[in-house]
Design a protein around this ligand. Structure first.
Ligand code: SF4
Length: 198
């Protein structure tokens, strides 16, 4: 059976590993790293380089999108209470939309009819929300969005195991400055609780 080219939006190497373990072999993935949400830039470079190296080792085509942080912030600021929205809320929905739409535009420019994303592999990522967005963006650009929940059927576990085995960096926060703060707050709260227990 001939392979179908698929533009695979990729957020990081660990999620890519898990997704590839679940992707049907009928697809030939072309990796598209478009993540202007990642803050700060050093972290962006670190995640990009890990994904790029992994692709190089596996012989996968890797394309880097623009790191257009200003445009990302402009769009995110239209979401009510964007800075305090919990992970998985409206801010994330907009963040998914930005990245999926850009992937669709890239697919059109490359004459690739199929696209999808590694985002559903994330433990806290709602596949239903992502699939619904992907489907409607696909319809807008006359493309086919491959709907999936890559975390399921061992996808997430595979991502953790393989990343550890290969010594691949796994981040401790989702990506944007707000998710970074959520983690910081969680740490601060934890140390405060520990203080109280002393
Ligand atoms: S928490 Fe993650 S998905 Fe949500 S807005 Fe931030 S980077 Fe995007």
């Amino acid at each position: 059976m001939s392979e179908i080219k698929l533009l695979l939006h990729t957020c990081c190497a660990p999620c890519l590993i898990g997704t590839l373990s679940r992707l049907p072999k009928t697809y030939e993935p072309i990796i598209y790293f478009y993540n202007p949400n990642i803050h700060p830039k050093e972290e962006y470079i670190r995640r990009r380089d890990e994904a790029k190296k992994f692709c190089g080792d596996k012989g996968l085509a890797f394309i880097e999108g623009e790191y257009d942080v200003e445009k990302w912030f402009e769009a995110i600021k239209n979401v009510k209470n964007y800075a305090t929205e919990p992970e998985g809320g409206k801010r994330c929905e907009e963040c998914f939309r930005i990245r999926l739409e850009r992937t669709a535009i890239k697919a059109v420019s490359m004459k690739i009819k199929f696209f999808t994303t590694t985002l559903t592999l994330g433990e806290n990522k709602n596949a239903q929300v992502i699939n619904k967005l992907g489907k409607s963006i696909g319809e807008k650009y006359n493309l086919f969005f491959l709907q999936a929940d890559f975390k399921k059927r061992n996808g997430y576990n595979k991502s953790v195991e393989e990343s550890k085995k290969l010594g691949i960096y796994r981040q401790t926060y989702c990506g944007c400055v707000y998710s970074m703060r959520t983690n910081e707050w969680a740490d601060i709260e934890k140390s405060y609780e520990n203080e109280k227990l002393k």
